[in-house]
Write a protein that binds this ligand. Structure first.
Ligand code: HEC
Length: 113
């Protein structure tokens, strides 16, 4: 009896986790441009300068992200974070960002012209 109960609890938790993920995907954090202002300090060193190239560890062309679609920026940051896309600095930076940070930064850069 005890085992059955914990099994059904487990099953419930598991299905909630799956449902929760589906909901989370729909209700992604809403980006707040104002909150991003404290966070962009770690991006502007590279992304703030048109045509700037990062020189570490090799010479990289730093893409323009100002004015990009917020979804595009968000997707790119999530790809670095999850390792689907890889670049030494961007991996490290995206890895330190929460979903909310990413949404805020995406909103900020999307609104930056
Ligand atoms: C040390 C320099 C550096 C810093 C700091 C930096 N980036 Fe980047 N970023 C790059 C480079 C270089 C690339 C291109 C990497 C590649 O080719 O995948 C890039 C790529 C990106 C992309 C993908 C753009 C595209 O068009 O595919 C996004 C989005 C991005 N960065 C956002 C950010 C945000 C937001 C921050 C701050 C939290 C940040 N970056 C900080 C150098 C930097």
């Amino acid at each position: 009896m005890k085992l059955r109960t914990s099994l059904s609890v487990l099953a419930t938790v598991a299905s909630c986790a799956i449902a929760g993920q589906a909901v989370a995907a729909d209700a992604a954090p809403v980006g707040n441009v104002q909150n991003a202002r404290d966070k962009v300090s770690m991006c502007i060193g590279c992304h703030g300068i048109p045509g700037y190239k990062a020189s570490f560890p090799e010479l990289y062309h730093v893409p323009m992200i100002a004015g990009q679609n917020a979804k595009y920026i968000e997707a790119a940051l999530n790809e670095y974070k999850k390792g689907a896309r890889s670049h030494p600095t961007m991996d490290a930076i995206a890895g330190s960002l929460s979903d909310q940070d990413i949404a805020d930064l995406a909103a900020y850069y999307a609104n930056l012209k």
